[in-house]
Design a protein. Structure first.
Lengths: 213, 213
DNA sequence: ATCAAATTAGGGTAAATACCCTATGTGATT
DNA sequence: AATCACATAGGGTATTTACCCTAATTTGAT
């Protein structure tokens, strides 16, 4: 039987080493190069033939979300499993709509990981039980702000980071040499785009999308 | 030469499996049971003799910070290496003052990990280069709110979570059947305890200490 | 039984945010 | 030339937060 060619994408070297050690001792799975962010992963996909991409969501330079989007466009046959260290409630729906084939939460075991890789390689989907649960809960309870396809401008991201760092509009204005009213405008636009209505919502978004180190 | 007995503490099963696979293939290191939170780890320490504890900071039930504090009190000979997935700026000083023997950031390699374990087992300290750098930067630039030995009450933690979820004082009051002025009192106390002065600071604390799933 | 901590709650005020609105300049695209 | 996205900025207002203060009640521990 042909080996499943797996590309590992994670900015945590220790996880690459760890999962690498796990998968290399598994028959039927061949681990290719590892990439430390989405951009690198896309470069590798241009060169190598990959069956399954195992990718973290939170990464610098290019996050897993954007990377998955591009991969599905350029390499529709390559399967993608997202491996998330947090449990991002609202993002899961977006990923599924995007066509991601699997989603594993942090408390995955070696067995589940191997199982998931084999399943998606065979054309199936694999979502851990916790994800499925959370999905239904999201559907039922929450107003589920999906915020699909939202794009923030550079200035907005810059200001979002400063808000998350605890600076007030006035302080941000001084820092960026603009009026605090302008900062307020950006803040309002951010909240409208992200469908939240206070600073807590903004920060939660910033965290989920890796704007905070 | 005697093997180094290592206890792994992490709530991410995949990391336990991964690092487990790494360390089991390393001569001179014997991996004991793994624990998924600080409380479990302390239970294991009561029973087994452990040379080095390798522990994540963000964990449910009992986080790495509190666990390390207790370990240093009850088992002063056991060495502790903190393994952090984020890069928490302000926490590092606190850990060092607490007597933690090593601190590794997420982008650690297998080599560095093994190196660190051997070094602290021999009575030394090991801090990754990035940590040292960040430490000096913290010392120079930031106001470095250390917040050492701060303890939050159950009610405070409950309210902190709700604030981080984006609820206003009024909404929290309705939820908990108390006056919004009481919520404000708790909010004020939280900010005083944590030495921050707005909701962003509170949320950042909540995240660093794993109060947010 | 007593004491300390936790939780409750309010008075008062200044600052900041949230949320409407309009409007201008700039640079890229068509 | 016209359009559009972006960044800029202000008017106005209601709400919320931040930060002082005091104080009563509850709860748990010695």
């Amino acid at each position: 039987m042909k080996e499943i060619r797996v590309l590992l994408v994670d900015d945590h070297q220790i996880i690459i080493d760890g999962i690498g050690a796990l998968l290399n001792s598994t028959d039927g799975i061949k681990l290719l190069n590892a990439a430390s962010n989405g951009k690198e992963a896309l470069e590798i996909l241009k060169i190598l033939s990959v069956d399954v991409v195992l990718m973290d969501i939170d990464m610098p330079i290019m996050n897993g979300l954007d990377a998955a989007k591009q991969m599905k466009r350029n390499h529709p046959d390559t399967k993608i499993i997202m491996l998330s260290m947090h449990s991002e409630q609202s993002m899961i729906r977006e990923l599924i709509q995007m066509g991601v084939d699997g989603y594993l939460l942090k408390n995955t075991t070696k067995e589940e990981l191997v199982n998931a890789i084999k399943k998606v390689n065979g054309g199936g989907q694999y979502f851990s039980a916790e994800v499925t649960l959370r999905l239904m809960e999201t559907q039922a309870e929450r107003a589920q702000h999906q915020v699909e396809g939202v794009e923030l401008t550079n200035r907005e991201i810059e200001i979002l980071k400063l808000i998350a760092d605890g600076y007030t509009n006035k302080e941000i204005g001084v820092k960026l040499f603009i009026s605090h009213r302008t900062v307020d405008s950006h803040r309002t636009n951010l909240m409208k785009k992200l469908e939240v209505n206070n600073v807590a919502g903004l920060i939660n978004y910033a965290i989920r999308h890796g704007f905070l180190t």
